[in-house]
Design a protein around this ligand. Sequence first.
Ligand SMILES: Nc1ncnc2c1ncn2[C@@H]1O[C@H](COP(=O)(O)OP(=O)(O)OP(=O)(O)O)[C@@H](O)[C@H]1O
Ligand SMILES: [Mg+2]
Length: 371
Amino acid sequence: MLDRLSITNFKAFATADITFGRYTLLSGLNSSGKTTVLQALALLRQSHGTLDEEGGGFLLNGDLVELGVGQDILHENYVSVDDAEPRIELTLQCGDESRSWAVGYEREADLLQIRDRSHSPVEVRSTSLFGTGFQYLRADRISPAVSYPRSHEVAIRQGFLGSRGEHTVNYLRHFQDEPVTDKRLHHPQSRSRGLLDQTEAWMQEICPGVNLQTDAIEGTDSVRLSFRFGTAGLSASNRYRPTNVGFGLTYVLPVVVACLTAQPGSLLLLENPEAHLHPRGQTAMAMLTCAAAAAGAQLVVETHSDHVLNGVRLSVKERRLSAEDVVLHYFRRSTDGIEILTPTLGSDGMLSNWPEGFFDEWERSLDRLLD
Ligand SMILES: Nc1ncnc2c1ncn2[C@@H]1O[C@H](COP(=O)(O)OP(=O)(O)OP(=O)(O)O)[C@@H](O)[C@H]1O
Ligand SMILES: [Mg+2]
């Protein structure tokens, strides 16, 4: 499991130390550094093939993240030792192993080369970050579309849903009958353990009666997703293409599939699983993400939703996930940069403290309404 990431001079942070649990929730104001943490991890994975090569380093633009060039990622007020050339450094800790990668700064380069190779300490090959079962779903995910890509290599062989979830439809088409193995992930109303049935059952938490179908479009490299609506006993609707059924269903599909297919040792980085969902659906999605953690995956979830937070608290209170597995980080800007506060969650779902600004808007609004 990934236990800690230390960051020096990367994007929003001059320095930062972020600890991870089996389930880590990143919250805080906009532009407070949450995605920067996920991008640092994604950057390491994206660069993995070159990190150990001579001349290799951080590949700033790739399938997971497109960060630009050196000047985009070097923290504006960077720290450096004795006015030396600035370094951008990321350190991972997994159990008692840790490893740092420090790259030199080049203003216009999109490959920043590793410095001091000889000082590399222990390998951290075991981390889920570099293994199979990794998913990173960005906030700018797939929107409803007429067709989606069909890549056997990415979706089937690598089992990667795409950083925008763009390979999810093809993945679901291929693996729709594969059983969801861990029963903690099973939805009680699902017709079977099969991935498609389980996906539908969880999607019905968001939209009751929804059914999914995936098809290859003959003669093309594309696949199609369609939705049908109808509850038991009532005749089903026609099939509708995603562009005609609103945003939420398509947008959340990769999150549902990522959680249902998570295995022990998987690492899921999820940005805003709540996006475009109504409040009850947001809580349901949080419960599903917690089920994936209980099933043995590690999750780092960025959210703005108090319903997601409450879904996590309920999962803990209802004994679906252990309180020790949950780490809550609240990012906020201060005069000294970004500070990260970490209230602890008790087994009763209650928090040790509520920092100002941490999901307190309900209370603040109520105070004004009742004034
Ligand atoms: N090179 C840089 N130097 C200093 N700060 C930077 C640099 N690049 C980005 N930032 C800061 O990082 C912020 C964006 O951080 P990030 O994307 O992690 O925010 P976030 O907390 O995920 O926000 P949101 O809630 O909107 O998703 C920018 O507003 C900017 O202030
Ligand atoms: Mg963000």
